[in-house]
Design a protein around this ligand. Structure first.
Ligand SMILES: Cc1cc2nc3c(=O)[nH]c(=O)nc-3n(C[C@H](O)[C@H](O)[C@H](O)COP(=O)(O)O)c2cc1C
Length: 231
């Protein structure tokens, strides 16, 4: 039985929508609702992917996480650049938040740190407590000190009382004869705390490579499945 949204329109079946072209319900409720194939609307679980991206590579990774999340029915992902977030309380309605930042000087960029500091007002209320959290980072070098950024993101989420989800994708580099860290391999850097991707010195339409993007999608699916598990 598909759970219905808690907004007034869903309380009985008269909420059936007539507009055949509409796929998302504008019920006015805080949550984003979707229409099923019979045009009844049901509650979506909503995941925010909060990211900063100076040159577009981290944004590209965020887009692939979104693809993975939305492979799971009933889960929708919103891409939110920290530049666009006027008030961190806007995130309070999401079931899960995924944090993503490039590695700059072995650390989160100041733009993302500002977001983290702004979120101290959420910490005061513990408004994100028990929400699911996960994180990702992209950098130019294979290592590039990405682990430090994942540690920063994880620590931030734990300060907020959130439930941190690991990457959970096996490193498949062993399937490729030529090298470990093959660009087609999943989780080629063998990360566990979160998703690591590498972009080298090329444009976001070229890099990170295919294996990293597929890993991002599997990570997104895992996040969505856990959102549903947490109810
Ligand atoms: C200010 C700055 C600092 C950087 N520091 C690192 C670093 O510490 N390690 C690394 O591997 N790459 C580093 N890079 C490269 C970026 O991580 C890389 O270009 C990445 O793709 C940027 O992501 P974005 O396109 O989302 O901004 C740095 C880039 C900039 C602009």
């Amino acid at each position: 039985m598909t759970p219905l949204c808690s907004c007034n329109k869903s309380k009985d079946n008269s909420s059936k929508h007539d507009d055949k072209n509409q796929s998302r319900c504008a019920c006015g409720h805080g949550r984003i609702c979707r229409l099923d194939k019979n045009k009844y609307h049901f509650r979506m679980r909503n995941v925010a992917i909060v990211y900063f991206s100076g040159y577009g590579h981290t944004k590209k990774v965020a887009e692939h996480i979104k693809i993975g999340i939305e492979r799971v029915k009933e889960v929708y992902a919103s891409l939110l650049s920290v530049d666009e977030i006027k008030d961190v309380d806007a995130l309070n309605d999401y079931e899960a938040i995924v944090f993503g930042a490039p590695t700059y000087m072995g650390s989160v960029p100041y733009q993302f740190k500002k977001f983290m500091d702004d979120a101290s007002k959420v910490w005061l209320k513990q408004a994100w407590k028990d929400k699911l959290a996960a994180g990702f980072t992209n950098s130019g070098s294979l290592s590039g000190d990405k682990f430090n950024v994942l540690m920063q993101l994880c620590t931030f989420a734990c300060q907020q009382g959130m439930i941190w989800l690991s990457l959970g994708v096996e490193n498949t580099s062993g399937q490729y004869e030529s090298s470990s860290g093959h660009v087609k391999a999943l989780n080629r850097m063998g990360a566990s705390l979160g998703l690591m991707t590498q972009s080298e010195n090329n444009t976001p339409d070229v890099t990170p490579p295919i294996g990293d993007k597929k890993t991002a999608e599997l990570f997104g699916q895992r996040i969505a499945n856990y959102v549903l598990k947490l109810g």
